[in-house]
Write a protein that binds this ligand. Structure first.
Ligand code: GTP
Length: 223
């Protein structure tokens, strides 16, 4: 008999088109940053995460950011334990969509599900080409953080391109949301592999975890 059964959690990833959802999931679940851009309709991934000694099986749902799929995306929300709302740090309009679109959609289809706001492509914040050619200033850490406060979600940033560790941190926090562990019982393990680590987010992971646990997360079913 398995004395330490794994927990199963479903995490749905939403956000505007091309904001970096698929890259985030590929880096986490498949260890590879995808070449080129292929729009997603629906895609599922599985991965596992160990928190303390508890093994957590994650079912990860990638969705389309396109308005064209607004009627079918809601099919992914039932039974979600957490929703990651992603935006692109180099495109402020994708942060605006958090209030204009994503918060309302989640409240309509899975109102009790824990949300996490994810700033993707943090490498582009300091990228000189982006700054000089996009015609707009990238989203600052404080702007992302303020938006997160407005939707009562924790905020964390990542670069799927440059920092695998930052991606793992996202799923560490998301997994904690699912299992609803207390801060005392959870070790914030350092990710095992280090790649081109960049300074991607201001607070460290324990701080985000601690903030997260101030609000009660939905508990997953133990399978
Ligand atoms: N510089 C940089 N580019 C990224 C990063 N993540 C994704 N991209 C690029 O952004 C583009 C869109 O990425 P996707 O992950 O496909 O975006 P998506 O949100 O899944 O898009 P949809 O399927 O349309 O909803 C691709 O060209 C990626 O290579 C990142 O961390 N840094």
């Amino acid at each position: 008999m398995d004395l330490n059964p794994s927990i199963k959690c479903k995490i749905v990833v939403v956000g505007d088109s091309e904001c970096g959802k698929t890259a985030l999931l590929n880096v986490f679940a498949k260890d590879s940053f995808p070449e080129g851009y292929i729009p997603t309709v629906f895609e599922n991934y599985t991965a596992s995460f160990e928190i303390d000694t508890q093994r957590v099986e994650l079912r990860l749902w990638d969705t389309s950011g396109s308005a064209y799929y607004d009627n079918v995306r809601p099919l992914s929300y039932p039974d979600a334990d957490a929703v990651l709302i992603c935006f692109d740090i180099s495109r402020p309009d994708t942060l605006d969509s958090v209030l204009k679109k994503w918060k309302g959609e989640i409240q309509e289809f899975c109102p009790n599900t824990k949300m996490l706001l994810v700033g993707c492509k943090s490498d582009l914040r300091t990228d000189l080409f982006t700054k000089s050619n996009s015609g707009h200033t990238p989203v600052s850490y404080d702007q992302g953080s303020n938006m997160a406060k407005q939707i009562s979600a924790p905020y964390i940033e990542c670069s799927s391109l440059q920092s695998e560790n930052s991606v793992r941190d996202i799923f560490h926090v998301a997994t904690l949301a699912c299992v609803n562990k207390s801060n005392k019982n959870v070790k914030c393990n350092k990710p095992s592999r280090s790649t081109k680590r960049i300074s991607h987010s201001r607070p460290d992971l324990p701080t985000v975890v601690s903030d997260f646990q101030k609000t009660k997360a939905k508990t997953c079913a133990v399978m």
